[in-house]
Design a protein around this ligand. Sequence first.
Ligand code: HEM
Length: 128
Amino acid sequence: MAYTIYIVIKTVHVTCALVAYVLFFSRGYWMFSDPKRLEATWVRVVPHVVDSLLLASAIGLVVVTHQYPGALTWLNVKIVCLVLYIGLGMAAFRFCKTRRSKLIAWVLAQAVFLYIVIVAVTRTPFLL
Ligand code: HEM
């Protein structure tokens, strides 16, 4: 039973990570090519729902697998990088005013996201 719960939560977590990336990439692409698409209701709502599910499933995984941040460097790194990713995303879509700075923040956010996935899969913050 516990294993089934783990598999379900992990599947939700990994699926949300994939969908969150596709949405993040698409929103950035539209920001540069066709900004009006960012105003669609689903584009404003769905990413927040997916990000919330990603975070909720992350908490679920921490509890179910007893892998707690604090003790595990790779989890601490994931959390710090998640904050960095959120900040860069806010910079790209909200705070940056020029096309160039938006592009830099958008690309850096994706690099951080990729790093989070590498840390998750390898369970080691191998760059540190
Ligand atoms: C953008 C944010 C995140 C992404 C893209 C992400 C991605 C992933 C991926 C792809 C895996 C599967 C790794 C594998 O076993 O092959 C995973 C596992 C895991 N994630 Fe995340 N994650 C994110 C945020 C978080 C956060 C904030 C936490 C909680 C501190 C967390 C906790 C975990 C745990 C505990 C596992 C391992 C589960 C196990 O032992 O099988 N994740 N994550």
